[in-house]
Design a protein around this ligand. Structure first.
Ligand SMILES: Cc1ncc(COP(=O)(O)O)c(C=O)c1O
Length: 426
């Protein structure tokens, strides 16, 4: 039986960007195949044995009274008390902030936090006007599009593209040039970025925060790959906290994607609004994972594993990707975005004669999956050829899969450059 769906229901059925690719991969790989598939599209973090041991060990040592408390009782909508106390103290010691648990809110994963924040500050306003979330950077995380209630809630701006060296490039945004109109309800940026891996420099972030303050809107900083955990930054960076900044954390890339823990660090008024939203929607986030994380922050073990194991692991993958591209794409005009941090490599194939979707299809025919770049230019108006010349390559594959996947991908790319645009039109 088919029931009529609301407009929101219909919007939520649509898979945005990367999730559409995930569905395609599930379907393609479900059929038996003699040739192994290589998936360089995944956003699922690597399984890191040291992290698994850490979480399993803490779970085993959890006192039974605390276990009963966190799974057998409802709790505060703000989060689990010992977790909030430990995290506030940790952030204050690390960054000299002066926050208390009243500046924190725990959500079931940071995706839910973005759902709350985007819909608090953008969409239909009570005076009848409409507001948008402005992404100062494009390309940006496609998951933000999935949590908007109306189409057209996100707007983004085109960055400058700077080339430095034969095979690297970097996006740059100038906060002074950003036009923050009256219809903008918040700014939002991932740091390190998904898909680019870019860490917007501290000074530029501070300027962005200044612009947000002037416009009297919040600057939301998505630190899912950043500091203090999982600390997948490979350049120095400082997180920012002030009355106009919402610093958003996730413990998914620190080995707990299934525990669903996101955290907002913000001004009390913003936290109170988000807390009421969460309370209506979820009552509160699951508490067992919060109890585990509280211990691992308190005894320093999470910090140690992130710094000595997880960070170096992804840094080595990023270097491996760069070396593989150098080896297999020799002589072609490829560029990798500076891999300041995060889980992905962002490849720009300048003047590629075919578009990114065609490249995706041809890579799929060679049994390798990557994510077409155009998905990530959410909210960008107007045509930009660059958006069709990029690909996201995940650093979460095994070394063997990365080697073989890039080799196959390079074959497809080389063949595409061998075509002339005229041949394609004909
Ligand atoms: C940039 C970014 N932000 C947020 C999320 C959501 O993560 P989670 O809901 O697991 O905290 C992801 C997921 O991969 C992401 O890439």
């Amino acid at each position: 039986m088919r029931y009529p769906l609301s407009a929101l229901g219909q919007k939520m059925l649509r898979l945005t960007g990367v999730r559409e690719i995930m569905r395609d991969i599930e379907t393609a790989t479900a059929a038996p195949s003699a040739r192994p598939w290589i998936n360089l599209s995944a956003g699922n973090p690597l399984v890191v044995p040291e992290l698994e041991r850490l979480w399993h060990g803490i779970a085993r040592r959890l006192p039974s009274a605390e276990f009963g408390e966190v799974i057998g009782r409802y709790g505060s909508s703000r989060g689990y008390g010992p977790f909030l106390d430990t995290l506030a103290a940790d952030l204050n010691v690390r960054y000299g902030w002066n926050i208390s648990p009243r500046n924190l809110l725990v959500t079931p994963g940071s995706q839910t936090l973005f759902f709350i924040l985007i819909n608090l500050f953008a969409g239909a306003m009570s005076d009848g006007s409409r507001r948008r979330v402005l992404l100062p950077m494009s390309p940006e995380y496609t998951g933000y599009e999935g949590v908007t209630l109306d189409a057209d809630t996100l707007a983004s701006t085109r960055p400058a593209v700077e080339t430095d060296g034969a095979h690297t490039f970097r996006y740059r945004i100038d906060p002074h040039d950003l036009v923050i109109g009256e219809d903008v309800g918040a700014l939002l940026i991932s740091r390190p970025g998904n898909p680019t891996g870019m860490v917007i420099p501290d000074a530029a972030l501070e300027q962005l925060a200044g612009r947000a303050a002037q416009a009297q809107v919040p600057l939301i900083v998505d630190s899912a790959y950043g500091l203090p955990y999982p600390a997948l930054n490979r350049v120095a960076m400082r997180p920012l906290f002030d009355s106009h900044v919402v610093h958003c954390m996730s413990f998914s890339k620190a080995g707990l994607p299934g525990a669903r823990i996101g955290v907002a660090v913000a001004d009390e008024a913003v936290i109170e609004a988000a807390l009421s939203f969460l309370s209506n929607m979820n009552i509160h986030a699951p508490r067992l994972g919060q109890a585990l994380v509280a211990q691992a922050i308190h005894d320093g073990s999470l910090d140690a594993v992130c710094r000595t194991v997880v960070g170096p692991l992804y840094a080595a993958k990023a270097q491996r990707l760069q070396a593989l591209l150098r080896e297999h794409l020799d002589g072609l005009p490829w560029r990798l975005h500076s891999t300041d941090g995060g889980l992905f490599g962002w490849l720009w194939l300048e003047d590629l004669p075919i578009d990114d979707l065609t490249l995706y299809a041809r890579a799929k025919a060679a049994h390798v999956f990557v994510v077409p770049g155009s998905f990530f230019f959410v909210g960008l108006r107007g045509q930009w050829r660059h958006a069709r010349e990029c690909l996201r390559v995940s650093l979460t594959a095994s070394d063997a899969d990365l080697d073989e996947g890039v080799r196959r991908l390079a074959g497809v790319i080389r063949a595409a450059y061998d075509e002339t645009p005229q041949a394609q039109v004909a």
